[in-house]
Every structure is written in C-alpha cells, then in structure tokens.
Design a protein around this ligand. Structure first.
Ligand SMILES: [Ca+2]
Length: 289
C-alpha cells in the first residue's frame, strides 16, 4: 500500500512532527558517537532503537503521543511503498529531522502553499496522465492494483540507465549530493542508483562521487550543514583534473553566521568524530567507511 495513501487515509496531526523528531533523535542521534542533533546514517536507526509503535498513547489521545492509526501511517512513511506480498516498489523516508519543514511542505501541506502537500500538487498531473483520469483522487488511489502502470511510465521518464560509460568516455564528471532527510527525493533511491552505476560502469571513481548530507532535507533545511562547494568540486575536476575528496559543509544561522562546519565524504565514507575537540569544527572529524 502506498505511503502517501496512508497519510491521506489516516493523517498524522502536523503538530506531532516535533514529537516524532524529538523521539527519533533521542533514540538515534548518539549512535554515530556525537550528540549533535544529526543522525549521521539513518539506516543505523533500526526498529530496535526507534519504532513508531513506542509513541502510541497509553490513555486518551494527547499531543504527546500518537494514535495507533498515526503510528501505523508513520511506519508506512519510513517503510515506503511495499506490496502485500512484500515486494518493495521503492524506498521510504529516513528517520530524523521530521520537524525540519520538509515533511510539512512535501507531505502534509501548509496553508501558505494552498493547503495540499506539495508532492500531491506536483504529482497529481503526472498520475492523472499515467492513469488516464483527469479527476484522479490521491486519497482513494489504489497502488496495489495500479503500480505496474506507474512502473511502465517510469521506464520512459525516470533516470534508469546505470551504464554511464559513454558519459565517462566523453570526459563528463558527476558530483551528486543528497540530503539524508530529504522528504521528496528519498535518500535510498539515490544510493541504490549510484550503487547500480558502480556495478554497471567501469572505473566510476574516475568520474563520479556521491555526497550524502546528514541531517539535511531537500537541498537545505534541517540540523545538518547544507552549504558545500559542490560546483567548485566539479569545476576543479573538469578543468584541473583534480578529483574531489572531502568537502567542507557549513551550517549558517538565519542571519548568515557560520554555526558549524563538518566534512562531507564521498559515499560510502562518512564523517567520524576524532574523539576530542569541538563538534562544530570540521577539523575534528575525518572521512572513513
Ligand atoms: Ca549525531
């Protein structure tokens, strides 16, 4: 059943995103060795550490717990679209930064954007065309019986070619970045794509890097440092034959003041704390697998 459908049928009170964000952080922030509000690799935040079921109210519904329906919907958002027979169609959302703004904007909708979630506003036209139904209704859409039509449409619309040999031979360089807490371009979709390119294209180290950005939502927002010199990285690679390794990302305050720096690392490396010194200084971290 589709995760978005679950949210339509059994909405989560948007006010509870703060509760969810606090709970995932309390359970999983320190798994990477640094209590900084950032879950470095949400894959480590398994059900052993945090389950939506842990937040279910023991008495009447209050603001400080989830109804059973809300908890079930939250699990579906993390799980992503999985058919009844267990077939995974795609990936879900990563845990962490649920209250950073991305979930509300893309999945819940806010009044400033006309109420409906942005993924629905942007996706409605595409789904209507695929299904041949201009009046398509997200809330009642049945993914279980229609997923193959979406799959078929995806073949001509999505980035699915994982043999980038021609791109490499033409001298192209590819630097990809992806927020771990992006609520619309799900992080595992990007990781899976890059891993498939590595399987199907020789010498990917010569032309491709992926930078996962912990605690970062869709291109920005969230607790993680989100300002990094990706353009310089690709320019230096193309023009000076200087491949990028670690890139220093900065987190700014609303006023533009630098609050934190942290290395971003070529995947599958990640920034590890050296064990001493300020946790807001990049020099106290190093990239390793
Ligand atoms: Ca952390």
């Amino acid at each position: 059943m589709g995760a978005g459908g679950a949210l339509n049928r059994n909405p989560i009170n948007v006010e509870k995103l703060a509760l969810i964000d606090d709970a995932t952080r309390a359970a999983c922030d320190s798994l990477d060795g640094v209590a900084d509000g950032i879950i470095n690799d949400p894959r480590a935040c398994t059900g052993d550490h945090f389950s939506a079921q842990d937040l279910i109210c023991s008495t009447d519904n209050t603001e400080q717990c989830l109804t059973r329906a809300e908890a079930d919907t939250l699990e579906k958002l993390y799980d992503g679209p999985v058919l009844k027979d267990g077939t995974r169609l795609s990936w879900g959302l990563a845990k962490g930064a649920e209250n950073a703004g991305d979930w509300e904007y893309w999945l819940f909708g806010d009044e400033s954007e006309g109420g409906a979630p942005m993924n629905e506003q942007m996706g409605r036209g595409g789904l209507a065309r695929v299904m041949g139904d201009p009046e398509i209704d997200f809330a009642s859409f049945d993914l279980e019986s229609n997923w193959h039509r979406i799959e078929q449409a995806s073949r001509s619309r999505d980035v699915r070619d994982t043999d980038l040999t021609a791109f490499r031979q033409s001298g192209g360089k590819l630097v990809i970045y992806q927020g771990w807490n992006d609520a619309i371009v799900r992080p595992m979709v990007t990781i899976e794509y890059v891993e498939e390119v590595r399987e199907n294209t020789p010498d990917t180290e010569d032309f491709m890097r992926l930078y996962m950005m912990p605690g970062v939502a869709h291109c920005g927002r969230g607790p993680g440092p989100d300002d990094a010199p990706f353009l310089e990285a690709v320019v230096n690679w193309v023009e000076s034959d200087s491949p990028p390794h670690e890139l220093i990302a900065t987190k700014h305050s609303e006023a533009g003041e630098a609050l934190m720096t942290r290395p971003l690392c070529p995947y599958p490396e990640a920034a590890r704390y050296r064990g001493q010194g300020s946790i807001v200084k990049a020099s106290n971290f190093r990239c390793r697998e």
